[in-house]
Design a protein around this ligand. Sequence first.
Ligand code: FAD
Length: 94
Amino acid sequence: METELQAARTLLYAAAVKVTDNAPDKTRFAAMAKRFATDTGSSVVDRALQLHGGYGYLMDYPVERFWRDLRVHSILEGTNQVMRMIIARDMLRD
Ligand SMILES: Cc1cc2nc3c(=O)[nH]c(=O)nc-3n(C[C@H](O)[C@H](O)[C@H](O)COP(=O)(O)OP(=O)(O)OC[C@H]3O[C@@H](n4cnc5c(N)ncnc54)[C@H](O)[C@@H]3O)c2cc1C
């Protein structure tokens, strides 16, 4: 889980550098980072909840809120399906 989060964070920082530099492929990188970070975050928090067993589902611990909070980020700011379209379109343009 830590490895996957670090990989997502690394892609996010790479996209941030592309945007800051106004690189020609900044849109592709931003879409890849959004898609990967939110899917990875969802997958990791789902496993974290499972790790806690029944307590993971209860409000006694914050992991259930992290799970709910993460879910919407595959939808917000352009769904992850739309991110895939943006990435593919940009690749086809090359
Ligand atoms: C809590 C919350 C806060 C929000 N805040 C804001 C805000 O501040 N400002 C704002 O402008 N919007 C906001 N939104 C709206 C958000 O940006 C949209 O919900 C999001 O862009 C998806 O659009 P939609 O809900 O119309 O889904 P739709 O576009 O109807 O999509 C439905 C499903 O079909 C898929 N889909 C659609 N088209 C394709 C395609 N061509 N290929 C493959 N799959 C496709 C989508 O990925 C999705 O899974 C908010 C939404 C939520 C839930």
